[in-house]
Design a protein around this ligand. Structure first.
Ligand SMILES: [Zn+2]
Length: 85
């Protein structure tokens, strides 16, 4: 079984590369038991969609986040990371 810290690492990795199915299964099982990691994964997924950077999408001008907004999100994400440890 993975620890929260490992799940958080894996969650970020999973956004960039596809992890093996058994790892994803373990992650899913952990999300069911752990609210913090579940919330972190949801936020990360939302961010990925919102920013579209990992997919190589070029955001349209209207939905592009300012550097300030990105920093605020990054700060928030770090806080979530800390509470999960
Ligand atoms: Zn956890």
């Amino acid at each position: 079984m993975y620890k929260c810290k490992e799940i958080i690492e894996l969650t970020s990795q999973n956004m960039e590369t596809s992890l093996p199915w058994y790892t994803r299964m373990e992650m899913k099982a952990h999300y069911l038991m752990c609210k913090t990691c579940n919330r972190y994964a949801q936020q990360l997924q939302f961010m990925n969609k919102a920013l579209g950077v990992f997919e190589g999408h070029v955001p349209t001008e209207n939905c592009q986040l300012s550097d300030d907004a990105k920093q605020r999100i990054a700060k928030k994400m770090c806080q979530v990371k800390e509470t999960a440890e």
